[in-house]
Design a protein around this ligand. Structure first.
Ligand SMILES: [Zn+2]
Length: 303
């Protein structure tokens, strides 16, 4: 089952060097979930050919403009396109007033219902659940109330071994029955145990952490995720600026990934002072080896 994240915007504060402010789309089994919606998100959705009609849930980390100023425009476009199904929006307290005010004062006619869930909590809470996926929010330390998001599969995945399918010439119906726990009898009459035919892989997960100060308290909520996105606004030589503005350095992003024992780290929210983002990646690798830049247009598979 598909579980991946596509980066739409990776810059902080304002567009620079062709980079756009923060936005991402998580694709789980062809259901799309947007995280943050900075200015230019609609342009990126078109450029990267993402089917915006499949987005029914938008998760906003905080109300700084570089994470939310694209949202009124996107919601307005949905109305122009004749959307009728509801849109669920999650974000810190105030998100409803921000969006409703812009839409009302601009006389935007919204053809569908917007359902808000405003966040005001100090622990990790479950926000959303489908048959196969759960999304949690957890608080981060920034200059305004800010939340990270954790996307986690509900169950471990079970697959029939490829070698078994070939060896016993298993049909689709056989595979289904084996996955449902039935024992399989081969044409020679040998009874196979399901354990010999199945592979179980752990639940996959993705955590989004932006914007935040360096905060080892985060680790308890994101421990062991397959993929972690963590902001890396500055190089560590500007640690003072990071402390003052409640952001993280690339080195610190790597430290959080190491403490949380994640599989892989992607860094983003790059300061507009950096034309070249390679030094940020190299610095994060000093703390944690598996790092990539959250390049716009790039899709990262999870697990
Ligand atoms: Zn911010």
């Amino acid at each position: 089952m598909k579980f991946e994240v596509t980066i739409l915007g990776n810059n902080s504060a304002f567009p620079a060097y062709g980079r756009f402010p923060t936005s991402q789309v998580v694709n789980y089994d062809d259901h799309l979930y947007m995280i943050d919606c900075g200015e230019g998100t609609q342009i990126r959705l078109s450029k990267f050919r993402i089917k915006r009609s499949r987005i029914d849930h938008i998760f906003i980390s905080h109300l700084h403009g570089d994470h939310v100023f694209g949202l009124p425009g996107l919601l307005n476009s949905y109305a122009h396109m004749g959307r009728t199904k509801p849109m669920h929006i999650y974000g810190p307290k105030g998100i409803r007033m921000l969006i409703d005010t812009v839409l009302r004062l601009s006389s935007s006619i919204v053809s569908y219902e917007i359902l808000y869930k405003e966040l005001d909590h100090t622990d990790r809470i479950k926000l959303f659940e489908s048959n196969s996926l759960r999304v949690y929010s957890f608080p981060m330390k920034h200059r305004v109330p800010t939340y990270g998001y954790l996307f986690e599969e509900r169950r471990e995945r079970v697959k029939v071994r490829k070698e078994a399918i070939e060896k016993y010439d298993l049909s689709i119906a056989d595979i289904r029955a084996i996955k449902a726990g039935q024992e399989h009898i081969t044409v020679e009459g040998v009874q196979m145990k399901t354990g010999e035919l199945l592979i179980r892989t752990p639940r996959r997960s993705y955590a989004f952490c932006s914007d935040t100060s360096f905060d080892p308290d985060l680790v308890k909520w994101i421990h062991g995720v397959d993929l972690l996105y963590h902001e890396a606004t500055f190089l560590h030589e500007l640690e003072d600026k990071a402390i003052f503005s409640k952001h993280s350095t690339a080195l610190q992003a790597g430290m959080i990934a190491r403490l949380a024992e994640v599989e892989k780290l992607i860094i983003g929210h790059f300061s507009s002072r950096y034309k070249n983002i390679r030094p940020l990646v190299e610095e994060a690798r000093e703390s944690f080896p598996e790092v990539e830049a959250a390049e716009e247009g790039k899709t990262f598979s999870i697990g």
